[in-house]
Design a protein around this ligand. Sequence first.
Ligand code: DQQ
Length: 584
Amino acid sequence: MAPLDLPSSRCAAVVVSFVFLFLYFSLFFENGEVEANQRVFLYPQSPKVNSIVSKQYRTAYHFQPPKNWINDPNGPMYYKGIYHLFYQYNPNGSLWGDIIWGHSVSTDLINWIRLEPALDRTTPSDNNGCWSGSATILAPDSPVILYTGSDSSNRQVQNIAFPVNLTDPYLTKWTKPAYNPLIEPVGDLNSSEFRDPTTGWVGKDNLWRIAIGAELQGKGAAILYKSKDFVHWVRAKDPLHSSSASGMWECPDFYPAVAEGDGSETKYVLKMSLTETGMDYYMLGKYEEDRDAFVPDNVVDDYRLWARIDFGKFYASKSFFDPQKHRRVLYGWSSESDSASDDVAKGWAGIHTIPRTIWLDNSGKQLLQWPIEEVESLRKDEVHLQDIDLNTGAVFEVKELKEASQADVEAEFELYNLERAEPLDPNWLLDPQKLCEEQSASAPGGVGPFGLLLLASDDLVEHTAVYFKVYRSQNSYMVLMCSDQRRSSSRPGLYKPAYGGFLDVDLQKERKISLRTLIDHSVIESFGGGGRGCITARVYPEALCTGSTYLHAFNNGSTTVKISTLKAWKMRRAKINENISIRS
Ligand code: DQQ
C-alpha cells in the first residue's frame, strides 16, 4: 500500500484530526500569541489531587521490581559469593495472582541485578501458582528450592527445583523434576491450608527435616517431615509445634538465634505469619532433638501477647544465615496501604524491607533487629546535632536536613526524670495499637509522647509521628512505641492506622531510648530501643508530590526530654533493577 493510500476509516480519522487542529490553532493563536486561558481540552485535564501514580511514591533504596505485584520474600541464600533473593511475583499485573518466583542477585543485599523468573507455572503440580518456600544448601554445596505449588486441582503440594547449571554464578535457570510433587496433603491435612516449607536442617540421625505451615484441626501448626535424600519425605508423628491460640501458620521460619558476645546464649526461634492479623509473630524456646519438638519458653494461649517481629505493615518474613558475615539476615514484605484501584493505577504494589540482622538479646528474652550495615553505604550529607532540650510542647525542626524523603535518622532521647510516668493498665498490653490511637502524639502526657515527625509538609498538616511514651509498671517501666499514620497524608482512601507495641527497655539502668528510622518515599521503617521494637509503615503524603518534606522532633510530655544526639543522612538511590544479558 502506498503511504497516502488510506482505507476510508483512516481517511475519516485524518479529516477529523485536521478539523481539531484547525479549531486548536484558530482558538489558541490571536495576533500570533497563545491565549492560555481559552484552552479547549481535547484530552482530560490533569486532576487537582496529585495522582497516586506519582513517581514520588516509588522507593529509591528498598527492593521492588520495575512494575507489577510482589509479596513474600522466598528462598534467600548466600551461595558462592552471591546473595539470592526470590520473591512472589505477578508478571501480569499489580494485584495478587498468577504467582511465580521472581529472582534477583546481589553482592551486598542493597544493590540488585534482576534475572529472569526462577520458577514459572509450568507443570501440573504448580500451574495455579508457584507459592512460597525456601532454599537449602545440601552438602557439599548444591542449592535446592522447596516451594508450594498450587496444583491443577488447586491443592497445595510441595515441590522441589534444582539449578540447571551449578557453574553459573547467578544460578539463573532452575528445573523441576517430573517426580514432583514430593509431598501431598493427605490424611488429616487440609489441601488449602498446607504451605510454605522451611529451609531444611539435619538431625543427629543424619536425616533432613523441614517444617510446613498448616492449619490442623483448627490449630496453627508447623508440620514436621523427615528425609534421607531431600526427595522422599515422611511426616513425623507430631508437629514441630502447634497452638490452638491461632489458625493457619503461613511462612514458618525455624532457626537458632545467638546472643552477642561469646555466643553461649542460644535459643531457637519459631516464627509464624498469622492470616487472621496479617502480622509476623515469634516464640523463643528450645529444640528437643530427641522428640523433634520445639518447646517455647512460655506457652501463651492468646496470640495478642505473642512477641512480634514488627508491629507495622510487615508480613511473611524469611531469614537466612549469612556465612560470609556470620549473621542471620531477615526481610519481610511490606504491602501497600492504598486501595487496589490505586495499585492498578500505579502499576506496582509491594516492597521488601531493608534486610535486618537479627539476634538474641543478652537477656535471652527477645530478638533484636537492626538494618544491615551495608545500607549505610548509601548515606551522604551527614547532619549531626547534640544536646537539644525538648521542653513541654516543643516542635524542633531539623533544618539542616534539606528534603527528608530519602533519609536515615538516628536519634537518642535522654530522660531526665521518670517521676511523671503514668501508671500502666495491664489490659493495654493486649492492644497497644488501640492505645497509640487513643493517646496520640498530640495528647499531653507525663513522660512522653516524644519522638519524630517524619515526611511532614511545611505546615505540619501532614506528618507521620513515630514516638515513645513511658509508663510505670510496679517497680519498673514499660515503653510504648507508636507509628501513627493518621495524619500521614491528606489523600482519601488510604489505610492509616496508628501502629504500636511495648518495648522492654531497662530505663532504671539506662535513661535513654534510641530511635532509628529509614525513610524512603512511601515507606518508614522505625527501630526503637536499639532494635527491641520495629514498626514498618506505608504512607503517601501529598507533600511528596507538591514540594518538600521535613523532619521535626517533638515532646508533648510534661517533663523535658533531651535529644543527646541526632544524626541524619540523605540516602542515595540504590541500584535495584540492574539488568544483565542473560546467558542460556
Ligand atoms: N503468600 C504465598 C503463600 C503464603 C502467603 C502466596 C503469605 O505461599 O502462605 O503468594 O503471604
